[in-house]
Design a protein around this ligand. Sequence first.
Ligand code: FES
Length: 115
Amino acid sequence: MNDMSMNTKTQVWIEICRLEDIPPQGARVIRATLGCVALFRTASDKVFALEDRCPHKGGPLSQGIVHENGVTCPLHNWVIDLETGVAKAPDEGRARTFPVQVRDGRVLIDRALLA
Ligand code: FES
């Protein structure tokens, strides 16, 4: 686990929803200033935030299948790593990822995402 106090830039964490608001092995979409961001919940209750656009042809990753730490895009089955946003080889490309954390059952994101 990262020590957030070690970050050089100041992050302000705000609650965006509760963990239970995201379906297990599913996603929930929030509107951020830079577009739609998908919050993914894995079977082990880890949460990741990625732009809701597949690096292939912009498919809605939030409607994909979540498995372990990856999501399979619903359009052409590319597999995107939820931690890094990188497409699994031989496919290439990367979806943008955003900082997110779960604390006491609450899902927190960097306020800068919504500013
Ligand atoms: S748009 Fe996602 S695999 Fe093609």
